[in-house]
Design a binder for this molecule. Structure first.
Ligand code: CP3
Length: 365
């Protein structure tokens, strides 16, 4: 794996000291934060009326590639809730779209590709990504991302922006299936029937994800998160053999920069130690694995993020409060704890329940 040797621009919020002692960054780095930080996966999105108003009439991927709009949507939940981080409003398939792959997000469905990738000829026909900062077509296409990040961090001040990408396995699984699927069977079969095609495809998705992460960090993101939404469908053995190398390659694109690297897999409790070996500095924990158990599995070596059960968001206030208190107690055992949900905010969530969590964590955390 190539060793990159970059550094953040002097005006970057973390290099300039704006975000370096923010509660989120302190907790991610295993230092003591001023208060327990909290943010929510999918905090921007359909649960917010201001999001629905801003998105009216604009297709999802067009919104992601309109810098002013992407920035405004990123800022909405920070203004409303006072969360300790913004997560960049984009999507895991944006780097594919920027590279020129035919993909759209079908409302209520998810990413849909013009043609599934199944053979080496399909992989060979994918657009050339160039190398970091070569000003090729892909790198130039990422300028819209850089502009959106720059606009956002200019407004955020001391609140850190988290950049993100989809993990190579999740991205490759979408590309093999061509659309969302229940069990990702076509992708899991390809690993065994054509391992060379699988390796070539995940190297391509890892490169796209890695360059997407690096563009966000160099433009102002103070941390990154790799989302492996579907890795939970794999055994540890298959994850280590066929997916971890891709995640390590993607994370390596920012490993030379002083920003925390979070790795999250939905339903991935059994994968935590293997994910820890792929180059993350923080592990995101899904709601099925209690944080104290996750910490024990990892030998107490990693700050953790998570893991409020999203199903409790509409529950009576005292029930939700008892659950959050339990998450805080278990999370306190890790060397750092950032409160989050154990998966994304469901679209029908009442924003008041998220506000209640933020206030509770800031007072009691
Ligand atoms: O607030 C945030 O967390 C930041 C933005 C963000 C989005 N997608 C915006 C989005 C992030 C981090 C993602 C990641 C993402 N996208 C993942 C990984 C996380 C996870 O949930 O497991 C995945 C698998 C995707 C692919 C994807 N994009 C799906 C499955 C969907 C839902 C389709 C639907 O309509 O139900 C999307 C669309 C999408 N991405 C929306 C948002 C706000 C909804 C678009 C809309 O408003 O219609």
């Amino acid at each position: 794996m190539t060793v990159l040797t970059g550094s953040l621009p002097a005006a970057h919020p973390k290099a300039a000291g704006l975000t370096s002692d923010a509660p989120l960054i302190a907790a991610y780095e295993g230092r003591t934060p001023a208060h327990r930080p909290v943010w929510f996966m999918r905090q921007a999105g359909r649960s917010l009326p201001e999001y629905l108003a801003a998105r009216e009439g604009t297709a999802m991927l067009d919104a992601c590639l309109t810098p002013e709009l992407a920035s405004e949507i990123t800022l909405q939940p920070v203004r409303r809730y006072g969360v300790d981080a913004a997560i960049f409003f984009s999507d895991i398939v944006v780097p594919m779209k920027v590279a020129g792959v035919g993909v759209e997000i079908a409302p209520g469905v998810g990413p849909v590709f013009d043609r599934p990738i199944r053979t080496m000829a399909d992989v060979d026909a994918l657009p050339d990504l160039g190398v970091a900062a070569d000003r090729g077509a892909f790198d130039s296409g990422l300028d819209k991302i850089r502009q959106a990040v720059e606009l956002t961090v200019a407004e955020l001040g001391n609140t850190p922006l988290i950049g993100f990408a989809g993990a190579p396995f999740t991205l490759a699984a979408y590309m093999v299936e061509g659309k969302p699927s229940r069990d990702h069977l076509a992708a899991r079969e390809l690993m065994f029937t054509a391992p060379d095609v699988w390796d070539a495809l995940t190297t391509w998705t890892a490169t796209a994800a890695g360059l997407f992460l690096r563009a966000q960090v160099m433009a102002g993101a103070s941390a990154v998160q790799l989302f492996d939404s579907w890795a939970g469908s794999l055994s540890v053995e298959d994850y280590v053999a066929h997916c971890a190398p891709g995640s390590a390659l993607a994370l390596n694109y920012v490993a030379d920069l002083p920003v925390p690297r979070v790795h999250f897999a939905a339903n991935g409790g059994h994968l935590l130690p293997a994910m820890a070996d792929a180059g993350a500095t923080v592990l995101g924990v899904d709601y099925r694995t209690p944080l104290d158990e996750a910490n024990a599995m990892l030998g107490g070596r990693f700050p953790l993020q998570g893991n409020i059960n999203p199903a409790l968001l509409p529950a009576p206030a005292d029930m939700l409060e008892a659950h959050v208190t339990d998450v805080l107690r278990r999370g306190a055992e890790a060397p750092g704890h950032v409160v989050n949900l154990g998966h994304g905010v469901p679209p029908h969530t009442n924003p008041d329940s998220l506000q209640r969590i933020v206030d509770l964590v800031h007072v009691n955390g």
